[in-house]
Design a protein around this ligand. Structure first.
Ligand SMILES: Nc1ncnc2c1ncn2[C@@H]1O[C@H](COP(=O)(O)OP(=O)(O)OP(=O)(O)O)[C@@H](O)[C@H]1O
Length: 269
């Protein structure tokens, strides 16, 4: 499979007044079409910054992001971002209307197909069939994230960017969401980049794990475990130890850029 995303030497420096803070520095990696890649690292190490640079929400200071060979300079419907917050849907529209609105806004409703029928397909995929007529306030946190994922898929993005999407859910709901998101990934073949603080979540879901230390990509590790991943297997434990070991220590990064403060990252799992 060829690379759909190429991130080449990107640096993002935030400037507020006289202060300059490093978001990410000289980060390079690529992602193949259909891959599921997780990004893990201490709080403040630049995971969200990286995702926002790929989404086109942030302008990079150096380097470039190429998606399908095209340079990313602004947000676009080929990248859809899902956040941790549970209020990403328009509260004045039903779930079905939210999805139809998104499809129409980016011109991705399939020609000759009734948008209501198409919406049903995505709702079924995320396990929300029968809830299309609900308003967001009538849904649980997990159901809201399912609806946000259905809406994201409906615009047929090349990459789904997920920034700790299940971070505010309880452990049981998270496990249920993991099954759902893997089913969606397998059925649609969409490329996923998934930010998490949770090592087991990264191992359960992804083909590859990018381990960050402050502002830098420290390791790019292929997940050797066959799917479905069994947490009680010795091979799972040893891979978990490997990733945990990569996350330990090394919390001071001096920027190569003069006058730029390194991020203050903390280990908080
Ligand atoms: N808009 C901004 N303006 C100034 N500094 C910022 C801004 N956004 C992020 N930063 C800084 O950039 C660094 C990286 O932040 P980022 O949010 O990308 O980290 P993170 O790894 O996603 O953290 P967390 O896991 O806690 O969400 C931090 O030092 C942060 O304070």
């Amino acid at each position: 499979m060829s690379a759909i995303l190429n991130v080449s030497g990107i640096t993002k420096i935030y400037e507020s007044g006289k202060k300059k803070v490093l978001g990410v520095e000289k980060v390079s990696f690529s992602v193949k079409e259909g891959e599921f890649v997780s990004i893990i690292g201490p709080s403040g190490c630049g995971k969200s910054t990286l995702l926002r640079c790929i989404a086109g929400f942030e302008k990079v200071n150096c380097g470039q992001v190429l998606l399908g060979g095209e340079k990313v300079t602004k947000p676009g419907p080929d990248r859809f971002m899902i956040f941790q917050g549970l209020d990403q849907l328009f509260p004045w529209l039903t779930v079905e209307e939210n999805i139809i609105f998104a499809m129409k806004a980016v011109g991705k409703a399939t020609k000759g197909v009734d948008p209501v029928e198409e919406t049903r397909h995505y709702l079924e995929l995320v396990g929300l069939l029968g809830h299309g007529g609900c308003y967001p306030y009538q849904l649980s946190g997990g159901m809201k994230q399912r609806a946000s994922i259905a809406r994201a898929l409906s615009v047929k993005p090349q990459i789904l960017l997920m920034d700790e999407p299940f971070g505010s859910l309880d452990a049981f709901s998270r496990r249920t969401m993991h099954h759902m998101v893997l089913k969606v990934w397998e059925k649609t073949g969409v490329t996923v980049i998934f930010v998490t603080h949770d090592i087991e979540e990264a191992i359960d879901l992804s083909d590859r794990i990018l381990v960050f230390s402050p502002a830098r990509l420290k390791a790019d590790v292929a997940n050797p475990l066959p799917r479905p991943r069994e947490r009680n297997q010795p091979s799972y434990r040893s891979f978990l130890l490997k990733i945990s070991g990569l996350l330990e220590g090394d919390f001071k990064t001096d920027s190569a850029f003069k006058g730029v403060s390194a991020p203050e990252a903390t280990l908080a799992f």
